[in-house]
Write a protein that binds this ligand. Structure first.
Ligand SMILES: Nc1ncnc2c1ncn2[C@@H]1O[C@H](COP(=O)(O)OP(=O)(O)O)[C@@H](O)[C@H]1O
Ligand SMILES: [Mg+2]
Length: 245
């Protein structure tokens, strides 16, 4: 994919979370990592990319095609992207299987049988078949996060958007989830993810967008970013993360 942001601005009240943020990936980016300090604008940018938030100004383009601006069309965009939020936010009162099947029926219009079949396929793919009848509270954090990824993948999204998918997980569960993300990337799924897991980003990302203070300070091929970050802010960020590892 080629993903571009042109002077994206989004404010919360008087505060600019995105401040004329611009970037452009290479034509063949498969996994784009959004990196940068907390508060830099990563979640806001992901929400704009997913059509969950409309920017006040600026434009997003995916493979040359502009993302729509008006709310109804933005909602349609949202439905073709798969979004996994910073928390897992599965529906607490539904089984894992129903968490996947219900939106397929109610939002995407699949018949009951098709929705069940697709849910089973994804539960299988993410190693969750044995847990399909459990509710979220009966699952580990890693299982819930894999369930959230399964739900996001169910409608075959063009882009899978992941917001710090491992931030609430212990190291073992982090490994489980990162394995799943790496496999999806290897199978060709296009992914944009915000993460602080630098060694992981180094392994799977082919493009890095580095955000701080609502601006894109660097946008470049991942190896170049990790080998020689161009800005002091990126050097400081990478240095800070590797200090105790
Ligand atoms: N709903 C909101 N209302 C007010 N301020 C917000 C809201 N969401 C985020 N912010 C602020 O916008 C800035 C960017 O936030 P965010 O996009 O979540 O950054 P990141 O994901 O990089 O940590 C932060 O300073 C945050 O406090
Ligand atoms: Mg965030």
């Amino acid at each position: 994919m080629k993903l571009e942001g042109h002077r994206l601005t989004k404010s919360y009240g008087a505060f600019r979370a995105l401040d004329a943020a611009s970037f452009s990936t290479g034509d063949e980016a498969r996994v784009v990592a959004l990196l940068g300090p907390s508060g830099g604008g990563k979640s806001t940018l992901l929400r704009v990319l997913g059509g969950l938030l409309l920017p006040e100004s600026g434009e997003v383009r995916l493979d040359g095609e502009a993302l729509p601006h008006e709310p109804a069309a933005a909602l349609a965009t949202l439905r073709c992207n798969g979004f996994v939020f910073q928390g897992y936010n599965l529906f607490a009162h539904l089984s894992l299987q129903e968490n996947i099947a219900l939106p397929l029926r109610e939002v995407h219009g699949l018949a009951v049988v098709e929705a069940e079949a697709r849910a089973c396929e994804l539960l299988e793919r993410l190693g969750l078949v044995d847990h399909r009848h459990k509710r979220p509270a009966e699952l580990s954090g890693g299982q819930q996060q894999r369930g959230a990824i399964a739900r996001a993948l169910a409608p075959r999204p063009r882009l899978l958007l992941l917001d710090e998918p491992t931030s609430a997980l212990d190291p073992v569960m982090t490994g489980e989830v990162l394995d799943v993300v790496r496999e999806l990337a290897e199978q060709g799924q296009q992914i944009v993810l915000a993460t602080h897991e630098i060694s992981f980003a180094r392994r799977v990302a082919d493009w890095v967008v580095f955000l701080a203070g609502g601006r894109v300070l660097e946008s470049c091929e991942a190896p170049a970013f990790f080998q020689a970050p161009a800005t002091a802010a990126a050097r400081e960020y990478l240095g800070g993360l590797s200090k105790y590892r």
